[in-house]
Design a protein. Structure first.
Length: 80
């Protein structure tokens, strides 16, 4: 387990608490099931958004890689 796994574990625990623990301890009321659904959907979507952003930073898409001859040809043909 590397150092990059620590933030993933911590954020999973945080959003797991929001999506699992908080819906269980909600007080009884007429809108309890709605609030449980809101908390679960919020936790799942926020965790997934955070995970996608975090993993994108691990290997960012910088751009296409071209050989030097291709770059010279593009420069020569497009500088008309």
């Amino acid at each position: 387990m590397g150092a990059s796994a620590i933030p993933i574990i911590l954020m999973t625990l945080l959003w797991g608490a929001v999506g699992i623990v908080l819906p269980i301890i909600l007080p009884k009321g007429p809108n309890r099931s709605l609030l449980q659904c809101i908390l679960i959907i919020t936790a799942v979507s926020c965790w997934l958004f955070w995970l996608c952003c975090y993993m994108h930073q691990m290997n960012p898409l910088i751009g296409p890689y071209m050989h030097n001859s291709t770059l010279l040809a593009v420069r020569k043909l497009w500088d008309e």
